[in-house]
Design a protein around this ligand. Structure first.
Ligand SMILES: Cc1cc2nc3c(=O)[nH]c(=O)nc-3n(C[C@H](O)[C@H](O)[C@H](O)COP(=O)(O)OP(=O)(O)OC[C@H]3O[C@@H](n4cnc5c(N)ncnc54)[C@H](O)[C@@H]3O)c2cc1C
Length: 504
């Protein structure tokens, strides 16, 4: 008979681990504390499930040991993920490298996983709450918690597990812990997996919300709420000692302004850096460029031209002043125009104005325009009004009444809108967590614990987080497949692997 594999957590990684373990001949039981498996999968990709991405790079995955995620993913890469899901019946749909099921329904992804697990005879026990985990050594049941205390983490249990739950006792030769993180606990990942890992002797790197909205200090967000606009966000973190700012991350795409701060995919992409920095009591600020498709000079020319036609003062000479005032180096001030940018999800736009003077088209502009009229058509109307206000320009004033320095200030608001980040939204609103089980205690070849033989990990419970774009699910599928196969095969680490531990 095959090995008995127990899996705690029936999410993306747990379901994948179950399928690969069962395909390798193991008798698999999933213990899931919710009333059904895979709840989080249903909410992914706005209900459409962005399940992987063609563009795979090491820098899209974060971990305290940077090469750990890729060591795992290369054992079950993007191509294997596509084959796997196509084999299960998913017709994939690709958009700019992002993969979704052609049904546009995340439920299809969960359904095919469920059908396959069922077909392979995987037992699923729902509403099952774990009370205690024991290992069996030499025929005796031993409480792992006590053993860890006595042996100070050097435990190498014999590899049989007895799990006591409110639905009875379950025995297994291997245990895969796939209980997720603390993000979106309504879907089941309530952080209890970390406690189980700790009880087995593992260390947890403090979990923090990642892929999450950022809360800002400024008072005018109530006025800004509801605006969605293209932009480039640059996130700066203060130095340990004081005020020098360092660029930590940047991204471009649709930014959403809310009544508490900023959201949208580009904000999510930089949010983990804000989360970590705030946790270390550093200061964090974001600088947003609301016209990322134009360079600083092009924007300056555009405004100068609109002002000329409206009969008001020019804004020439803004750029140098703005850089001096902001304290941000020139290359971070948007003057380079179309330079390298983060992993923007859309609009790596190069559709700037060309060299022929921006906005000098046929649109006639009458003298005596109000500032609101002057801004009309440039950006979202509500945003225009808010930017005018921040620049201390009255929307009803005539353009010719406004002194040149105010126009410089407006240009600065458009190209380098500064906002101070004072927090993130909660774990509940985060899509993933950074932090988790320390990967120094896990073998990347097998996902087996280095502390407890027969214990494996998969998915977000580990200290691995990906950027937005299908990378977190890719991590769940890859780590689940590797853990499932290894747990079923009872693969022991090679002597050489043991010698070279810890990795990195
Ligand atoms: C709103 C939202 C949208 C997202 N969209 C995407 C996307 O489009 N693409 C992408 O790649 N990623 C996306 N993610 C992230 C992705 O869904 C997760 O990274 C991934 O599902 C993690 O899989 P997992 O198996 O590790 O954990 P989970 O999917 O969280 O599964 C953990 C399971 O374990 C169970 N469990 C927890 N503790 C216990 C316990 N003590 N006993 C028994 N069972 C337990 C839980 O109930 C749950 O079923 C999104 C996340 C959210 C919240």
């Amino acid at each position: 008979m095959g090995r008995q594999v127990l899996i705690i957590g029936g999410g993306a990684s747990g379901m994948t681990a179950a399928i690969f373990a069962a395909r390798a001949g193991a008798a698999v039981t999933i213990l899931e504390h919710k009333d059904r498996v895979g709840k989080k999968i249903l909410s992914t990709g706005n209900g459409r499930c962005n399940f992987t991405n063609r563009d795979q790079r090491p820098e899209y995955y974060h971990c305290s040991r940077p090469d750990f995620p890729c060591r795992v993913i290369q054992q079950f890469p993007f191509e294997d993920t596509l084959d796997f899901f196509q084999g299960l019946g998913i017709l994939p749909k690709e958009r700019n490298g992002y993969f979704y099921p052609n049904s546009n329904q995340a439920s299809s992804v969960l359904d095919v996983l469920r059908f396959e697990a069922e077909g392979l005879g995987v037992r699923v026990v729902t509403e099952c709450h774990v009370r205690k985990i024991q290992t069996v050594t030499d025929g005796q049941e031993r409480n792992v918690q006590k053993a860890v205390a006595v042996q100070e983490g050097k435990i190498r249990a014999a590899g049989r597990f007895v799990i006591e739950t409110d639905k009875g006792r379950f025995r297994g030769d291997a245990l895969i812990l796939a209980a997720g993180s603390k993000a979106a606990s309504v879907t089941g990942s309530d952080g209890s997996g970390y406690e189980i890992a700790k009880s087995l002797g593992h260390h947890i790197i403090e979990p923090l919300p990642a892929l999450v909205q950022l809360r800002c200090r400024e008072k005018d967000y109530k006025q800004l709420a509801g605006i969605r606009t293209e932009g480039r966000i640059r996130l700066y973190i203060s130095g340990q000692q004081g005020p020098e700012w360092k660029l930590a991350a940047e991204d471009r795409g649709e930014i959403q302004l809310t009544d508490y701060g900023i959201s949208g995919i580009p904000v999510f992409q930089v949010s983990r850096y804000a989360s970590e920095a705030l946790h270390k009591h550093r200061q964090v600020k974001a600088v947003i460029d609301f016209l990322p498709q134009l360079t600083q000079e092009e924007t300056e020319r555009l405004l100068a031209d609109r002002l000329r036609r409206a009969g008001a003062a020019g804004v020439v000479g803004y750029a140098k002043t703005a850089r001096r005032e902001s304290g941000i180096p020139a290359e971070d001030c948007g003057t380079e125009g179309r330079g390298a940018e983060g992993h923007g999800t859309e609009g790596h736009g190069t559709e700037g104005c060309g060299t022929g003077g921006c906005g000098t088209g046929s649109r006639g502009r009458a003298l005596g325009q109000t500032c609101e009229q002057f801004m009309t058509g440039l950006l979202n109307k509500k945003l225009c009004l808010a930017l005018l206000k921040r620049a201390q320009i009255s929307a009803n004033a005539k353009t010719e009444e406004i002194p040149a320095d105010r126009w410089k200030s407006l240009l600065r608001q458009i190209k380098a809108f500064e906002t101070h980040i004072i927090g993130t939204n909660s774990f509940e609103q985060a899509q993933v967590c950074c932090g988790g089980v320390d990967t120094a205690e896990v073998n990347s070849e097998s996902m087996e614990s280095r502390l407890v033989r027969g214990l494996y990990f998969a998915g977000e419970i580990l200290d691995v987080d990906g950027i937005c774009g299908g990378y977190n699910l890719q991590w769940a599928w890859s780590s689940g497949a590797v853990a499932g196969k290894a747990a079923a095969g009872g693969r022991q680490p090679h002597a050489e692997e043991r010698r070279k531990a810890p990795e990195n």
